[in-house]
Design a protein around this ligand. Structure first.
Ligand code: COA
Length: 260
């Protein structure tokens, strides 16, 4: 089986590639572990000046692998044991610049992780989708605060409560995509921007990133993630989430009418 995460260091750019296109690059536990290991490797490698997240196939990612959420719902795993938690912590602590190249679907963490990147190249086909509530789940990765701040509180209701997808133009207006372009240019453009960053003075890059994300702001993010995680852990075990998972795997619409 192909490696679901590929890493590569070239010209100062440490690339982490989602490589599971048959599952729309859904991110499994194993993949989060590899992504965290990639960040750790990039942090310790002097030659790695910038990390670039990109994807093989038409989509960035369809978000967390729902099979892994189902294991938590069945009580086989605790949220704390999920490698996604370590990945989120590693992203928040990562000191070097991070770039993302997004085409097609960016679902769940595929959108929320972009708030923690330093440059995001978005293709015209990019579609951002936060279907947490439809899944009986709640926002994660601090997007319960970052999205209302970026989009406005009432627009955030449509996105976070009703799960309405939004496109690249809106993502640019929100400040979530820094450079929109045609799909066929996304990878080229992302490498260009990453190489520009890699050619800059590295200590200065880290200082600028630290000033844009001062300790008080980072602490706020950590606290928001902690607050969200408490609710997320409960909702992963809920009957509402069970119904949403069954509906997904049975390829039907969920029916929440029996819940109060
Ligand atoms: N977890 C596990 N498997 C997933 C997945 C996910 N997040 N997203 C897609 N897949 C799988 C599908 O089960 C399907 O597998 P199969 O070929 O074995 O049946 C395959 O990837 C292709 O997906 P499919 O649903 O057929 O593609 P689509 O174009 O009709 O729909 C999505 C794409 C992303 C809209 C749809 O797959 C979806 O809603 N996925 C779940 C997204 C989600 O809720 N993510 C979690 C956010 S927290």
């Amino acid at each position: 089986m192909a490696n679901p995460i590929l890493t590569n260091l070239d010209n100062g750019v440490f690339t982490i590639t989602f490589n599971r296109p048959d599952k729309k690059n859904a991110i499994s536990n194993e993949m989060y572990e590899m992504m965290t290991a990639g960040l750790q490797e990039a942090a310790g490698e002097k030659q790695a000046r910038v990390v670039l997240f990109n994807a093989n196939g038409d989509d960035f990612t369809s978000g967390n692998d729902l099979k892994d959420f189902a294991a938590v719902n069945r009580g086989e795993l605790a949220l704390d044991a999920l490698p996604v938690v370590k990945f989120i912590e590693s992203m928040l602590a990562f000191e070097k610049p991070v770039v993302a190249a997004v085409k097609g679907l960016a679902v769940g963490i595929g959108t929320t992780m972009l708030f923690h990147c330093d440059a995001v190249i978005g293709g015209a086909s990019a579609s951002f989708h936060l279907p947490f509530a439809q899944l009986g789940l709640v926002p994660e990765f601090a997007c319960s605060q970052l999205l209302p701040a970026a989009a406005g509180k009432v627009r955030a209701t449509h996105i976070l409560m009703l799960g309405e997808p939004f496109g690249c133009d809106e993502a640019v207006r929100m400040g979530m995509v820094s450079r929109p372009c045609a799909d066929e240019d996304v990878d080229k453009e992302a490498i260009k921007v990453s190489r520009q960053i890699a050619a800059m003075p590295p200590a200065t890059m880290r200082e600028v990133k630290r000033l844009i994300n001062p300790p008080a702001f980072k602490q706020q993010l950590v606290e928001t993630v902690r607050r969200e995680s408490g609710v997320f852990a409960r909702s992963l075990q809920s009957e509402e989430h069970r119904e949403a998972l069954s509906a997904f795997f049975e390829k039907r619409r969920p029916d929440f009418s029996r819940f109060e």
